[in-house]
Design a protein around this ligand. Structure first.
Ligand SMILES: Cc1ncc(C[n+]2csc(CCOP(=O)(O)OP(=O)(O)O)c2C)c(N)n1
Ligand code: SF4
Ligand SMILES: [Mg+2]
Length: 310
């Protein structure tokens, strides 16, 4: 196995293979929804037959950004709002990696909103998990782009005057080809959705509702939740029907009803990489391999990293 052919080989892995030797225990607060994302991700990977050396996890900054420290794989803890550009570069350089980006609502829908919009538009083949706790958690509870109107915080003591971002609608309008919402209180659905998102060829966006009991005490625990597939009759391959369903879910979230599930899927649209390779704009051989295949020092380091996981 080389650094460029790790993926698609047969693997038997266990969720414990994704627990790192260094910092195996997350330092999130008791009751934090972020634990559920880690659990779902660790559960989905063996289900898909993936092993740590096949995965690149890129995170932003926030409590959510710590995910890459607690998950064993290639990882990159980037800067606030910039997980997606790093994830895109990783996928372009080595399409043989399963690339996952993750970060908070402030990170992805606020400061990184521009990257979110264009990564979706270009349909880069990756999974993007947004930990949506409706506040800035790490910096102690300030109002975020998804905080509901009227939400009181240190930055908005009289209550937020602004309507929140509609993440699912924004994602659809931008061009994501797989869009789902799940919740920390719904672990089985969360694992299934993450597995589906990782398998999807194209930009897969998962809005993951993660309660923050420390700084967002007013927030709901995101229960009871309803799975839209069970309760609503809509065609998730139809943009208009998906858009209506998303609008309803986003409106109801702040009225106390949590609608989760799969909202949109487009299997037909080629991913950025597929499109570029089909027009000859991108080489068939991996860019990373092109630069490093003749470099003995790179090979030595790559082999060493891979040996660690054998
Ligand atoms: C460029 C930049 N601006 C601001 C900050 C300060 N900062 C760190 S985390 C954070 C907000 C995190 O909120 P969110 O993305 O929702 O993640 P959470 O902690 O809620 O998981 C901010 C504003 C920073 N690190 N870098
Ligand atoms: S501050 Fe909130 S989001 Fe951060 S670890 Fe604690 S509970 Fe989780
Ligand atoms: Mg947040």
């Amino acid at each position: 196995m080389t650094a460029f052919s790790a993926i698609h080989e047969e693997h038997e892995s266990d969720k414990e293979d994704f627990t790192p030797g260094v910092e195996p225990q997350p330092t999130w607060c008791p009751g934090c929804g972020d634990f559920a994302v880690l659990k779902a991700l660790k559960g989905a990977m063996p289900e898909l037959g993936r092993s740590p050396e096949e995965v690149m996890l890129v995170t932003g900054i926030g409590c959510s950004g710590k995910l890459s420290s607690y998950f064993e794989s290639y990882g990159y803890h980037s800067i606030h709002g910039r997980a997606l550009p790093v994830a895109r570069a990783s996928k372009l350089a080595n399409p043989g990696l399963e690339v996952i980006a993750a970060g908070g609502d402030g990170d992805g829908y606020g400061i990184g909103g521009n990257h979110f919009m264009h990564t979706a538009r270009e349909n880069h083949d990756m999974t993007y998990i947004v930990f949506n706790n409706e506040i800035f958690g790490l910096t102690k509870g300030q109002t975020s782009p998804t905080s509901p109107k009227g939400h009181k915080s240190k930055t908005q003591p009289s209550g937020s005057a602004k309507d929140p971002v509609r993440p699912l609608t924004l994602s659809l309008a931008s061009g994501a080809s797989y869009i789902a919402r799940t919740a920390a209180t719904n672990p089985r659905q969360a694992q299934e959705i993450i597995a589906e998102a990782v398998e999807h060829d194209g930009f897969a966006h998962v809005d993951f509702l993660t309660q923050c009991p420390t700084w967002n005490k007013d927030a709901k625990e995101y229960v009871p939740y309803t799975d839209v597939q069970d309760e609503y009759d809509f065609d998730r391959t139809d943009r208009r029907e998906a858009a209506d369903m998303m609008y309803e879910a986003e409106t109801k979230l702040h009225e106390g009803e949590v609608l989760t599930g799969r909202f949109y899927r487009d299997e037909q649209r080629p991913s950025y990489g597929q499109e570029k390779r089909s027009t000859g704009e991108m080489p068939e051989d991996h860019l990373a391999e092109r630069y490093f295949e003749d470099d003995p020092e790179f090979e030595r380091v790559a082999d060493h990293l891979i040996d660690r996981h054998k």
